[in-house]
Design a protein around this ligand. Structure first.
Ligand SMILES: [Zn+2]
Length: 119
């Protein structure tokens, strides 16, 4: 079993962040498109609670993608990572979200050969 740190390293190494938000957490392509060309302050409909402009995809300096919903979709967290987003999208706990990511990475061949994070 891989921990969340290992999964994040595999995701980063294979540039899978956006793919996994779309495939496993129901974030629409349009939210990523507008994140790239966004004017300050503009938002999107939230894929989880609706609205018109309360949701944003945020690209962090290190390549991490975070989600923001002004309505507070993520259990009080202002910024949701992939695991928070899967938890919300699928109504499962974080350990199940971790398992969903591990299963996806395993099924798609990304785990084979992974030797574990340097700690
Ligand atoms: Zn929301």
């Amino acid at each position: 079993m891989l921990n969340i740190k290992d999964l994040k390293l595999i995701i980063r190494a294979n540039n899978l962040d956006e793919t996994l938000f779309k495939e496993l957490a129901n974030v629409p392509q349009s939210a990523f498109d507008s994140a790239r060309g966004r004017k300050e302050g503009a938002g999107e409909p939230c894929p989880y609670c609706g609205g018109n402009d309360r949701f944003k995809v945020k690209n962090e300096y290190d390549g991490t993608i975070l989600l923001f919903c002004r309505r507070g979709c993520f259990n009080g967290k202002m910024n949701a990572d992939l695991f928070d987003a899967i938890s919300k999208a699928r109504n499962v706990g974080l350990s199940d979200a971790r398992k969903i990511v591990e299963d996806y990475l395993t099924t798609h061949g990304y785990v084979t050969g992974y030797k574990g994070a340097r700690r």
